[in-house]
Design a protein around this ligand. Structure first.
Ligand SMILES: Nc1ncnc2c1ncn2[C@@H]1O[C@H](COP(=O)(O)OP(=O)(O)OP(=O)(O)O)[C@@H](O)[C@H]1O
Ligand SMILES: [Mg+2]
Length: 499
């Protein structure tokens, strides 16, 4: 692999900009898995650093160590020049570090407001002689404070709704507000944009730039090349647990970053032609759902659905799956929240792989499961989808986010479905895996499946879809054929704007 090395922290501009964060030879293992191997890199204060690399490269692990969730086996981390050994995230928070996690850490039974103030509640001291926990939380003042922050940063979320009732993009914004509320000096954001739409991404990064200009330091983990190029100052690359390169964003290109991440050239702009199916059958028909909503999906087509979350997507998925229950068709379903609806985290990767497919003929012999056949098939799929580590016995929870996604995708595509309902199918997967999943969607389409693609990634929608529907206020406000609408115009249409 070509190396763009800067292995040791070089405090070249330390006089002007001291380092906010320094990793020095940090190693972290989980049993036999070396998640971080002798990692060294440093981030000057007042800059935005992109941390990139393939799925399972060790990015989240390194960030969790910095946040006090994991303890390094060896090496040390300096924060503002001082060695730190957090005992828990509480120590990190007290020292001005905030983290937005790849998989949200929200209490789903509480409201957005309670989640935001959790750990830093102010109490109404109406009963001075009563111990603090029995006093009332001052939610009114907290509400005002949060609204002021939300307004300053242009983040619009309902604060009094229980988190479980919020769509995933809203939950993401609650996570972001939660750290802004604590006013940290160092912000770690682990794939914060995976479920945000382009206008929301722009708002987030405008805010991050504001924070940087106020002197805050930001480390952001992302797989999205455009974000990296448009909004960050420097890029650090991880590969298979090692820190393998560093580059100034100003001298990077999409191709160069992709190459640094996966060690080979990737065709980032493949040409996709329509499928040719004779007399395509209708695989999904919805009539009169939502606000007079009609939808027809045929074999051999990808129907993209664009829209800001909450404009009817979840209802659409619900109707599509419900309708299909009545037919005997095989349906592949990639949910937007893999932890919630896609995986049993405490079961092995192998068991997750046949989840919902356990009654398929090829997996059964009478009342018995054909374990050998299942293992053989999954072994092949792990290789094909590059699911790492190649250990089928590990629990789903022990895989990195992107590798968990690949387990779900491999299972659902493996059904050879007639209908695929794919919600953000490439959420959290790396550049190579994005291309692979896109190829697989096209392959499924070309063999005659009908695909409903719901994605916050407009590039994904415009690139893959044969037809595009735009949802706004639970109505279809636009319908376009391939090539008829640009990403920019699509962004406007889904916000209710004129084209
Ligand atoms: N709690 C855990 N137990 C066991 N292994 C783990 C655990 N957390 C992470 N790992 C392993 O450590 C390695 C690094 O995982 P990590 O989550 O840091 O990757 P990542 O770079 O964030 O990947 P992604 O882009 O998919 O989120 C992986 O091989 C993963 O399987
Ligand atoms: Mg991760």
């Amino acid at each position: 692999m070509e190396k763009y090395m800067c292995p040791m922290p070089q405090n070249k501009n330390s006089a002007a900009r001291p380092f906010a964060v320094e990793f020095r030879h940090v190693t972290k293992t989980f049993g036999r898995i070396v998640a971080n191997h002798n990692i060294s890199f440093s981030v000057p204060a007042g800059t935005i650093r992109a941390l990139v690399g393939e799925n399972g490269a060790g990015k989240s692990t390194a960030m969790k160590i910095l946040f006090g969730l994991y303890k390094e086996d060896s090496g040390e981390i300096l924060v503002h020049g001082k060695p730190q050994h957090w005992r828990s995230p509480k120590d990190a928070i007290l020292n001005g570090i905030g983290m937005v996690h790849q998989h949200f850490m929200l209490d789903e039974t509480s409201t957005g407001l309670d989640n935001i103030i959790l750990g830093s509640e102010a109490y109404l001291r109406k009963f001075p002689f009563v111990p603090t926990p029995f006093n009332f939380i001052d939610r009114q003042t907290a509400h005002k404070k949060i609204l002021a922050i939300a307004q300053k940063y242009g983040i619009d979320v309902p604060l009094n709704v229980t988190v479980s009732e919020l769509p995933i993009g809203m939950q993401q914004k609650i996570e972001i507000l939660k750290i802004l509320y604590k006013k940290p000096n160092i912000l770690i954001l682990d794939e914060p944009t995976a479920v945000l739409t382009p206008p929301e991404v722009n708002t987030l990064f405008d805010n991050l730039k504001k924070l940087r200009d106020e002197g805050k330091t930001i480390i952001i983990v992302t797989h999205k090349l455009k974000e990296i190029l448009n909004f960050t100052d420097d890029i650090t690359v991880f590969s298979k647990g090692h820190m393998t390169g560093e580059i100034k964003t100003s001298s990077a290109t999409e191709e160069k970053i992709a190459h640094m991440m996966v060690g080979k050239n990737i065709n980032l702009h493949p040409v996709i032609t329509p499928a040719h199916i004779d007399n395509p059958k209708v695989v999904l028909e919805l009539k009169n759902v939502l606000n007079n909503f009609h939808l027809t999906l045929r074999q051999g087509e990808i129907l993209g659905v664009a829209g800001v979350e909450g404009n009817g997507q979840s209802e659409l998925v619900h109707f599509a799956c419900k309708k299909n229950k009545k037919t005997n068709r095989a349906v592949g379903f990639i949910p937007e929240d893999r932890h919630h609806d896609g995986l049993l985290l405490n079961m092995s990767a192998l068991d997750n792989f046949i989840l919902g497919r356990q009654w398929e003929k090829m997996f059964r012999f009478g009342i018995f499961q054909r374990r050998a056949a299942i293992k053989k098939l999954f072994k092949g799929e792990m290789k094909k989808y590059d699911i790492r580590p190649r250990n089928r016995f590990l629990n789903a929870a022990q895989f990195s986010g992107g590798n968990q996604q690949k387990i779900v995708v491999a299972r659902e595509f493996g059904k050879n479905p007639d209908l695929i309902v794919a919600c953000n199918p490439t959420r959290g997967v790396d550049i190579g895996a994005i291309q692979f999943i896109h190829e697989k969607l096209i392959e499924n389409r070309d063999r005659g499946a009908g695909i409903l693609l719901i994605s916050s990634e407009l590039e994904e929608i415009t690139k893959l879809s044969d037809r595009i529907l735009v949802l706004y206020a639970k109505k279809i406000v636009g319908c376009y054929n391939r090539g008829e609408i640009t990403e920019h115009a699509l962004g406007l249409a889904m916000c209710g704007g004129a084209l």
